[in-house]
Design a protein around this ligand. Structure first.
Ligand code: GLC
Length: 680
């Protein structure tokens, strides 16, 4: 049951797809006050759990901190951060049912694309307080526990994006691959050493002077034939597209955008000037339908050369500095020259310079044209990344109709999940970031974002062999499985390390599990369900399960418990019921044993994967040849089954051609009965 409450005159965000009449009843689950914006509050009981909020730091249970929805380009994902790149204003307050009692869990979605604050017991331990602007729509979802609340919410916001099947393969990226030869080396080294690889990314270095939709001919003299050369090996190239369009005379996109009035304007109606990688840029006004169609159409330039996947970046939008503010700051700094800079003046100067980037005043100084209405950017800030991605996805429907194109974004808002996935931005080569990624996954799934993953090995800082291996052992399960790192950091392609056989084994396990991972992803997308779930979602009656912050349910049959601590030879695992523990050194080298419900210490060597199969559940594993290199090689692979069954269990196996858009459950699902004697 969903109730809708409208306050003031909200802008149309297109976050939801379901028409719901405005509720006549009072908003009862939280106390509402309207002065200087909307304020909602309620007291939390000691055992209440708060889930949701998508891409944020800290645990799956969000209690004890404040989260601010304000899309931010911040490469330090530390636990003091209130905002990351996305804005996902949906949470669930889960109150465990006492016997005979009515369920008192609820979900709430605050559809406000400006700044929204969720104080989940930071200021006052027992109080959940939400503060939004005066113009917003609030949806309250009453359901039978969190799983049901999520399902209703997901119906409200529409079906999740479905990428092509090859995008479930292993992918390699690095900021710094700069020419054809670099990319060839990556492919040769992986495939040559028997490590499967489906895609290589092109970061900003492929462009000519960081200009969107251009290719530097010095680095890629024959781009189209190079894309073809890669395709022959079933490797896809995935170029980055940035939000800022370089200001440069005779650059057609710049010239056209100016002439047609498609860029965001400043208060005087001039095209707003910010700066990102190429220096001065304009931002395409993707909140304007016409400009959105125009910008989206530009992806065709690359698609015509064989490209079938993109990642959209810097679309919070990130601002290094604005032209206007830079002038002011420069004047102030120059005035300080020859001064004796002391405690006050030195720090003031430093703040001025650091404050040039992503400055809040800049976000208040430009405007969108939304259906003819001039809207100040900060009021709709969180919609920018969403609409840049929507621009691309809507264009793909025109350029390559019926076909899936890989697309994901850095910034997002609820609703973007219909158009693309996200990656979780500029993390670090820190052990704690394996855990952070694990904790973000179910929170993102609740918000409809299913195609997601983190930069494996860490984007910033130098990785190590053990960190990369452990990270991969978790990322085997994330739909987006991409190793990505920043320029200047240690090279972290798996072949840079000594024990290539360990990496080969682990990555091949991903491909072996692909029939399961793909099937579970597709069912989750088509049924509006979660692929990754906290344990408590599957075991609501279990008081321990709710405490577990470092294990996940992955699809219907599996629980995972990755190692995320350096030098640990294993870890404690909580089993909410008896499960089959399967230990894989490689796809073919598997052993298993039944573990009973409860706490266990499980030894897990650095080069092993351990998974836990639920009772009466099975999963398919593809039988791979030694020469298998990409997902294309396993299209017709045979399956083996592993499972924990007494007599027999049923599995609904989804499969399709991996490329056509019209996926549906009825046509592509097979119910398979797996008997105990069928198990491998
Ligand atoms: C941003 C992105 C990162 C990319 C870099 C250069 O920091 O988040 O993934 O490598 O820009 O384009």
């Amino acid at each position: 049951m969903i109730k809708k409450y409208v306050f003031g005159r909200p802008v149309k965000t297109d976050a939801v797809v379901m028409e719901i009449p405005e509720s006549k009843e009072e908003l009862s689950v939280m106390e509402l006050t309207e002065s200087d914006g909307i304020r909602l509050c309620c007291r939390m009981e000691e055992t209440d759990v708060v889930y949701g909020l998508g891409e944020q730091v800290r645990g799956m249970n969000k209690r004890g901190f404040s989260y601010v929805s304000h899309a931010t380009d911040d490469p330090a994902h530390t636990e003091d951060k209130h905002s990351l790149y996305g804005a996902h204003n949906f949470l669930i307050l889960h109150r465990r049912k006492q016997a005979e009692e009515e369920n008192r869990s609820f979900g709430i979605f605050v559809d406000d694309p400006g700044r929204v604050v969720f104080d989940v017991g930071e200021t006052k331990h027992d109080w959940l307080v939400i503060r939004a602007g005066s113009d917003c729509v609030i949806y309250v979802i009453d359901g039978d526990g969190p799983k049901d609340v999520v399902k209703q919410f997901r119906r409200l916001i529409g079906r999740s994006y479905i990428p092509p099947k090859w995008a479930f393969g292993y992918q390699q990226s690095r900021w710094g691959y700069c020419c054809e030869e670099d990319i060839r080396t990556v492919v040769r080294e992986h495939h040559g050493q028997g490590v499967p690889l489906d895609a290589v990314y092109l970061d900003i270095d492929y462009m000519e002077d960081y200009k969107d939709f251009t290719v530097d001919e010095k680095k890629f003299p024959q781009f189209e034939s190079f894309v073809g050369e890669m395709k022959e090996q079933d490797v896809h190239l995935v170029p980055i597209i940035d939000a800022g369009v370089k200001i440069e005379k005779d650059y057609p996109i710049y010239e056209e955008g100016v002439q047609k009035g498609y860029f965001c304007k400043d208060e005087n109606g001039e095209d707003f000037v910010a700066a990102v990688w190429p220096g001065r840029v304009h931002f395409p006004d993707v909140l304007n339908a016409e400009a959105r169609a125009w910008f989206g159409g530009k992806y065709k330039v690359l698609m015509d050369q064989g490209i079938d996947g993109f990642w959209n970046d810097m679309n919070e939008p990130a601002i290094f500095y604005s032209e206007k503010n830079l002038g002011k700051v420069m004047d102030e700094v120059i005035a300080l020259k020859d001064e004796n800079l002391d405690i006050h003046s030195f720090f003031h100067m430093k703040e001025l310079v650091v404050g040039l980037s992503n400055n809040q005043e800049d976000y208040k100084s430009f405007y969108h044209n939304m259906d003819g209405v001039k809207v100040r950017h900060d009021k709709v800030h969180n919609l920018y990344g969403f609409n840049m991605t929507r621009a691309a996805a809507e264009a793909f429907d025109r350029i390559a109709p019926g076909k899936r194109t890989l697309l994901f974004s850095r910034s997002s808002y609820i609703g973007m999940h219909r158009y693309g996935g996200i990656w979780t931005g500029d993390n670090r080569s820190w052990w704690s970031h394996i855990l952070l990624s694990l904790q973000q996954m179910p929170s993102l799934n609740m918000c409809g974002i299913l195609y997601t993953g983190s930069d494996i090995g860490g984007f910033g800082n130098d990785t190590t062999e053990d960190l990369l291996l452990r990270w991969l052992e978790f990322a085997i399960f994330t739909p987006l499985m991409r190793n990505h790192s920043a320029i200047g950091t240690r090279e972290q392609e798996v072949y840079q390390f000594e024990h290539i056989e360990d990496f080969r084994n682990i990555i091949r396990i991903r491909y072996g599990l692909l029939p399961y991972i793909y099937s579970e992803y597709m069912k989750a997308a088509l049924k509006d369900e979660m692929y990754f779930r906290p344990l408590s979602f599957d075991y609501p009656e279990d008081a321990h399960a709710v405490q577990v912050e470092d294990q996940l349910m992955a699809g219907e049959s599996l629980m995972i418990a990755p190692v995320y601590v350096q030098n640990a030879g294993g870890r404690y695992v909580y089993l909410p019921e008896d499960m089959l523990m399967v230990r894989l050194k490689s796809l073919g080298d598997r052993t298993s044993e039944v573990l009973t419900k409860g706490h266990h210490y499980v030894e897990i060597a650095l080069n092993e994967l351990v998974i836990f199969v639920k009772k009466n559940h099975v999963l398919p594993i593809a039988v791979l040849g030694d020469d298998m290199r990409t997902t294309a090689d396993i299209a017709d692979a045979e399956y083996e089954w592993i499972g924990f069954v007494e007599d027999a269990a049923e599995y609904l196996l989804y499969d399709d051609d991996g490329i056509a858009k019209n996926c549906n459950l009825e046509e592509n699902c097979k119910k398979i009965t797996v008997r105990r004697e069928d198990l491998a």
